[in-house]
Design a protein around this ligand. Structure first.
Ligand SMILES: O=P(O)(O)OC[C@@H](O)[C@@H](O)c1c[nH]c2ccccc12
Length: 270
């Protein structure tokens, strides 16, 4: 978990800086002005597989992505081609995102989908920041939060602010912690953060320990619409896709493919 440790250590410093510049009370005072929450849970809980499409500029494993268009424009394409939610990286140093990018996308008049603040959350301050800039959901990584009690408190804070949490797991043990802490939406990360290797089979094993009632998301390393279909067959409600979209030559077609629209069209043309 070398990389995750490094990211978290940096995040602690960043959060301390943010708190100094803008104390929690200031953020809390801004909450009433934030745009109303869009329902991330409902957006994922629809028939068929739900695509959460990601916006990031780079990643530690893949470097810079070739996408040339601005975040808001990318979000418009996601909205117009069948995605059901948008994930925006808030981390700047490792993923080239930022809270300002989340804010821009979440408040763009052309964006009707729920927006997730994708960040390494280690402090409730970040949850308040997410809502104050208009986000509808946040990512909570079991591994970076540590214990079940703290995770449960964080999930409570997210729900109290009207948002939803996507709680990310790497192992069946993580998934058990997530369930006990009250997670309603559980993500299984197919990418091992130590080796960066992707194993879609692993997610199947973990999926099997998550009880009915929680929504499930297969995250990372999905390369083709066939992988989306497979995730659906394995019982996942949603997929989180970044790289395959951000690297594709025909972005519109790729979004539609992962969203399942291409398949639906082929079937209705028969
Ligand atoms: O780009 P990919 O392989 O399609 O993966 C997207 C997403 O799952 C990945 O970015 C991710 C999943 N969990 C994270 C936690 C932090 C940063 C990034 C992530």
């Amino acid at each position: 978990m070398f990389m995750l440790n490094e990211i978290i250590a940096n995040k602690r410093l960043e959060v301390e800086d943010k708190k100094r510049l803008r104390p929690l009370e200031d953020l809390q005072g801004k909450l009433r002005e934030a745009r109303p929450v869009r329902d991330f849970y409902h957006a994922l809980n629809l028939p068929g597989i739900s695509l959460i499409a990601e916006i990031k500029k780079k990643s530690p494993s893949k470097g810079e992505f070739p996408v040339q268009i601005a975040a808001a424009e990318l979000a418009h394409l996601y909205c117009q081609n069948g995605a059901r939610a948008i994930s925006v990286l808030a981390d700047e140093k490792f993923f080239g995102g930022g809270a300002h990018v989340v804010e821009r996308v979440a408040n763009d008049p052309g964006v009707h989908l729920p927006v997730m603040y994708k960040e390494f959350i280690i402090d409730p301050y970040q949850i308040y920041e997410a809502r104050s800039i208009g986000a509808d959901a946040v990512l909570l990584i079991v591994r970076s939060i540590g214990d079940k009690g703290t995770l449960a408190e964080m999930i409570g804070t997210v729900h109290n602010l009207g948002m939803q949490a996507l709680v990310e797991c790497f192992t069946a043990d993580d998934a058990a912690i997530a369930v006990e802490a009250g997670a309603r939406i559980i993500g299984v990360n197919n990418r091992d953060l130590q080796t960066f290797e992707v194993d879609l089979k692993r997610s199947e094993e973990i999926r099997s320990v998550i009880p009915e009632g929680a929504l499930t998301v297969s995250e990372s390393g999905l390369k083709t619409p066939a992988d989306a279909l497979e995730a659906q067959q394995r019982g996942f409600d949603a997929i989180l896709v970044g790289e395959a979209l951000l690297k594709s030559e025909d972005l519109t077609k790729s979004i539609r493919g992962f969203a399942g629209l291409e398949i639906a069209e082929q079937q209705s043309n028969r």
